[in-house]
Ligand binder design. Sequence first.
Ligand SMILES: *Cc1c(COP(=O)(O)O)cnc(C)c1O
Length: 367
Amino acid sequence: MTHPFLDLPPLSAARFASIEDRVARLLATEQDVVIMQGEALLPLEGAIRAAAGPGTTALNVITGPYGQTFGNWLRDCGATVYDLSVPYHTAVTAAQVREAFAEHPEIDFVSLVHAEAATGNTNPVAEIGEAVREQGALFYLDAVASVGAEPVLPDEWGVDLCVIGAQKAMGGPAGVSAVSVSERAWTRMAANPRAPRRSYLSLLDWKERWIDGGRKALLHAPAQLEMLALEACVERIEAAGLDAVMARHRAAAAATRAGARALGGGLEPYVHQAAEAAPVATTLRAPSGVSASGLVARALAANPALPLAAGGGPLAEEMIRVNHYGPDATREVVEATMAALGTALAADRGSEVDVTGAQSAVAAAWQ
Ligand SMILES: *Cc1c(COP(=O)(O)O)cnc(C)c1O
């Protein structure tokens, strides 16, 4: 008997290239798309180390935990880094980015996270992209949590390095990831003597040995199962239609916000403005005096399958994360999550909690 995971023929270069092309179509990009053989942190780190060096002046926007990490990599590369931090309950604005450029006209690199699954906010990349273009800086974007949940358009927005992973709204594997690379970005990397070469982190290796060679020979054996899973996941999105997949995530976010408000008991959306709330995941603020991690633990004890988590690190006591992405971006999951949170919250807040009202609000918002 052949085993469906184990007894596979080798993944050909042509198949690998065709998967890259499908990912490029998903991003509506004409740029080169490189599929990296690791979780999204691989291209996220690889792109920064390739593009930044001691001569770089970077504006690093921090709207969640990943921005912190990017700033550390940039400093590690010898770049001069100006951090622009905004509170996690909001988004950064193009005006704030322009102010930073006015203050530091030498900025030639901008790093930004599009949507933050960990904090639940999303940033206006199209508007920020316009400002970055005027500045002439290289634009690096982490779109891991936005792709599949909301439009990600590197060409239209002038993004030079756009990193995606399939494990969030795409409902795909975590073990491979992709980055679209503009001509400008390749030029910047080629001119950087410190850019990783002959290294697993190296994007230039893929450029020189894979892309420039006409994508005929792979650098090493690909992560075969993950590549097949990525192909299947893009196929599934194509079959459903990207717009329909994004609409499902938008509905899940709207329904979760409406449901939490209707539930009462002091539960509130963590991100104040709906327009700044990410479609991929919704964060909620626990009522004062109620521990978010305790509430999540009680809800999960009742229903371990729910996509619930407490905020990371110092946010664990105040933030509840509803990770309604991929297969969990459904009305049933949102309803079950509200019911479980309501029951758990009733232990603290009793009659203030209105589970029936929350279910009606979810149903109304889902339309
Ligand atoms: C999820 C995510 C990643 C990938 O990190 P994992 O925690 O390993 O899944 C990268 N960037 C952002 C903004 C993410 O939300």
